[in-house]
Design a protein around this ligand. Structure first.
Ligand code: ADP
Ligand code: MG
Length: 862
């Protein structure tokens, strides 16, 4: 590298300090200095060096035509890559001009090899201001762009839920007032522990007037009113910063970015990350995607459909009308099996129109993708016809694209190359000029091919050969044994060990004919392709809206397919507060239950069945039942049919879950603390419209503590009008069943088991009434604990039971948890729960726990 080039490099690098600069030098992208060290170690590329003015500069390079894979890896490792290309042709004298044409970052990449087909790749911008959070996010590969504002005291909780729903791969925040990276949103993002890359943008990029201009530049509109952004000033700032960032990193993507559509969180059911994980919506708690609700429901045929369905599951609806709308459509496809089957077949041949349309507008679409665009659009009339045939009430105003299809198919060869410049693109008969050039080249090639025979005859050199190489072009080769026969008109070009190579003026003439017509043909092909793309790009808007509708149809068909395959029924959704399920099943567990799944009913309301306490031994099926009720409710609210004989779902505003007692080892919190934090969150946020699932709370501490807390929580939910949520409470503390006696809206249920001698058979049936004992030893046996240990445990249990009985006879009051004489209990009963804040309630619980523990200690050390 010469010194001027080095200076050019340093000048450009200075503008992109936080990106790895890929500097185009000939056929390579080179990186230097620190960048080179990173590239070399992360990509396993040899670190070399170059001397500039006697100084060794570390260097590592990748071939430019294979750069994509390397870039993908760097981005996956959390780096940004700035691509610096040559603009203008090198003339051998002056330094060729170079410019950064793109910066690749996790949130702005759109190349198919860098993103997943089945999910959106979102870039998000966050702005905290005046008690509001402005949130904007966009997927540059599809052009989707959304914005909203979050207000209220719990806005940070809601924001956290939105971030876990959207799963952005990169989040933009503002720089702090002192220009160091300490803006409030930056600090918050860091603390939230979300894996997204955080990128800090200068504060002027968040200014309102800059934002207004940026957003308006995406449309012809004169005002922001049309997008609802005029009433969301903070969301506008975020949207503006997001547009700024895209224009800095991937300017071509601006041409397909739609203006932001605003939405309101209040139109959807909020789902916190815990609930999403506890209910195993997208993957199981162990990370298995095939054991999720999504896997059971996803029978989509297109990538756009798959992305949309995933978004539906992550964002259930809460308005009866919008739920019914979806259910109606699903029902149509359930009823029309043949049409459904044909649509699925047709959709399987439709490629990712959303992303293709995007690449079309950005002119990055490849010849092969162009053809697959045509083949996909060609399927649309068939789709429309099937939909009409079965009289479906779908608002299908899908456009007719036959002219585009004809244009593409008549222009391109049947098997166009995956990248430009690597094979024939344009079909014969499309352009007269191209055809003429091609036949000129073919004729010349034929002439040369026939030359070998002609020259052999003319000279008598039997093994004369016509060859071609890149340096000399076409030549005539004569071995030394025939040297004496070479005629004068041959011009010597090259001498080899056993042969000599010659040319003739005539040969060179044909050669240049071939070369010229080939280059010319290639140029014309490129031109024709560009013209074609430009013409079709004008239709991209229509292709987008069609893609949207196809994705939606794909989702309805997918939900219908799942409904038919797994025998789901249409739920009746209502605005009252009753959940009534007959013969309900767990959509995921039922598919794995080798001995058949036992269906169960459920009834919850506000009058008599507000809190169901479900007792039963370990492994009896409590957790499955709880999740199944929650999942059926959630499925109904995304517009899906449900696994039941019948279901009436009074729409819930939110589902809260507190499941299992898993240690949150990663964050170093103890089980009990996690449990209590989560429980406090539920108590603070649930409403009479909510559904609360509490699975074994109080498990993370000693028995008495646990029971005390569990009981206090149930009382709180039961007695407080603000938190009177429909609640399912599973516990192995059978003592809690006594709550039914004094809390009118609490009802006991248990998992039915059958005892046969020392064996217990799980019937998996939920029946009224409480369990009267645990079956721990039985479970131990199932788990394979040695027989001798089991026998010993049974002996001990008998002894303990006998001892307990004796103590009861001795009337030892302290040992009975629900003794009315107990001061602790009295205090619990006297608590004015309604007027307590959740924090006060929690503090009280801790105090009670402390005293209970002391009391127990007193008991054991009299
Ligand atoms: P618990 O929470 O009471 O310990 P689980 O709900 O975890 O029990 O259920 C234990 C196992 O029992 C599950 O993994 C599942 O295989 C099976 N199971 C649960 N409910 C049913 C059912 N209704 N029908 C058939 N098998 C079930
Ligand atoms: Mg359980």
């Amino acid at each position: 590298m010469s010194t001027p080039a080095r200076q050019q490099y340093l000048r450009i690098k200075q503008q992109y300090p936080d990106a790895i600069l890929f500097f185009r030098l000939g056929d390579f992208y080179e990186t230097f200095d620190e960048d080179a060290k990173i590239v070399s170690s992360e990509l396993d590329i040899v670190l070399t060096s170059r001397e500039v003015r006697g100084k060794k500069i570390p260097m590592a390079g990748v071939p430019y035509h294979a750069a994509e894979g390397y870039i993908a890896k760097l981005i996956a490792n959390g780096h940004k890559v700035a691509i610096c290309d040559q603009i203008g042709e090198p003339d051998g004298k002056n330094l060729v001009e170079r410019k950064v044409t793109r910066v690749l970052t996790p949130g702005t990449v759109d190349h198919p090899s860098l993103i997943e087909a089945q999910r959106n790749n979102y870039l998000m911008a966050l702005c905290f201001s005046r008690g509001r959070v402005g949130l904007a996010f966009a997927d540059v590969s599809t052009g989707d762009f959304y914005a909203t504002e979050i207000t209220g005291e719990d806005r940070l909780d809601k924001l956290r839920d939105e971030i876990t729903r959207i799963q952005p791969s990169e989040v933009l925040v503002s720089e702090g007032p002192d220009k160091v990276h300490t803006s409030e949103e930056h600090v918050w993002m860091k603390q939230s522990g979300h894996p997204a890359q955080i990128t800090v943008l200068e504060s002027w990029k968040w200014k309102t007037d800059v934002a207004r201009d940026s957003v308006l530049s995406l449309t012809d509109a004169q005002s922001l009113e049309a997008f609802g952004l005029d009433s969301m000033p903070v969301a506008l700032k975020s949207a503006g910063a997001l547009v700024q960032y895209i224009s800095d990193t991937n300017p071509a993507a601006l041409s397909t970015l739609r203006p932001p559509s605003t939405y309101f969180l209040s139109n959807f059911m909020p789902l916190d990350d815990r609930t999403r994980r506890n209910l195993e919506l997208i993957e199981s708690t162990r990370g298995d995607k095939s054991l999720s609700l999504l896997a059971v429901l996803d029978h989509t045929s297109t990538a756009m459909g798959a992305r949309m369905l995933r978004n539906w599951i992550n964002q259930p609806l809460i308005s009866k009308e919008s739920i019914e709308n979806r259910l109606n459509r699903v029902q149509e496809f359930v009823a029309h099996s043949e049409a459904r089957e044909r649509i699925r077949e047709a959709l399987k041949q439709v490629s990712d129109l959303e992303r293709l349309a995007n690449r079309l507008v950005q002119k990055t679409i490849t010849p092969r993708e162009l053809r697959s665009l045509a083949l996909s659009l060609e399927k649309i009339p068939e789709l429309v016809q099937i939909l009409q045939q079965c009289n479906m009430q779908l608002q299908v105003s899908i456009h007719n694209f036959q002219h585009i299809v004809d244009l593409i198919l008549s222009a391109l060869v049947d098997d166009p190359p995956a990248v430009r410049g690597s094979g024939t693109i344009i079909r014969e008969g499309y352009s007269q000029e191209l055809d003429r050039l091609r036949s000129a080249s073919t004729n010349a090639k034929q002439w040369i091919a026939s030359l070998e025979r002609k020259e052999r005859e003319a000279t008598g050199i039997k093994n004369l050969r016509i060859g071609y190489n890149k340096v000399f072009g076409y030549y005539i080769e004569v071995t030394n044994s025939f040297k004496h026969l070479v005629p004068d008109r041959y011009i010597r070009k090259q001498t080899l060990v056993g042969a000599e190579r010659f040319i003739t003026p005539e040969l060179k003439e044909y050669e240049s004919l071939i070369l010229n017509s080939q280059t010319e043909a290639e140029t014309i092909e490129e031109q024709l392709l560009d013209e074609l793309i430009t013409r079709i790009a004008g239709e991209a808007g229509k292709i987008f809206s069609t893609a949207r509708q196809i994705a939606e149809i794909d989702c309805y068909v997918s939900l219908a397919e799942a409904a038919v395959r797994h025998q789901y029924v249409r739920p009746i959704v209502s605005e009252d507060d009753v959940i009534e399920i007959k013969g309900g099943r767990h959509p995921v567990v039922e598919l794995r239950a080798s001995e058949g799944f036992v269906p169960n009913d459920a009834f919850l309301d506000q009058e008599t069945h507000q809190v169901l306490i479900l007792t039963g031994p370990n492994m009896a099926g409590k957790s499955t039942y709880l999740r199944q009720v929650a999942l059926i409710t959630l499925m109904a609210q995304i517009g899906s049919f449900v696994p039941a004989d019948s279901a009436r779902i009074g729409i819930v505003d939110r589902i809260f879950t507190r499941v299992g007692a898993q240690d949150d080892i990663a964050s170093g919190q103890s089980t009990f603390m996690v449990e209590m934090t989560e429980t406090a969150y539920i108590l603070a946020h649930c409403t009479p419209k909510s559904l609360v699932i509490l699975d074994e709370i109080g498990r993370g501490t000693s028995t008495y503590d646990g029971m005390a807390i569990a009981q206090a929580v149930v009382e709180y939910l039961h007695n407080n009008t603000r938190t009177r949520a429909r609640t399912l409470f599973a516990t192995h503390y059978h003592e809690l069943t006594s709550l039914e006696e004094f809390l009118p809206r609490v009802k006991n249920f248990r998992m039915e088991v059958l005892e046969e001698g020392n064996d217990v058979v799980f019937l998996r049936k939920v029946v009224p009434g409480g369990a009267d004992k645990s079956y721990g030893i039985h479970v131990a046996k199932l788990a394979g604990i040695p027989k001798s240990v089991i026998r010993r445990a049974q002996e001990l249990l008998k002894e303990l039971e006998a001892q307990l009985k004796k103590e009861e006879e001795d009337d030892n009051p302290q040992l009975t948890f629900l003794n009315p004489d107990d001061g602790l209990l009295q205090e619990l009963a006297d608590l004015d729960v309604e007027s307590m804040t959740p924090v006060e309630a929690l503090t009280k619980l801790f105090e009670i726990r402390q005293r209970a523990a002391t009391k127990l200690l007193d008991l054991s050390n009299p």
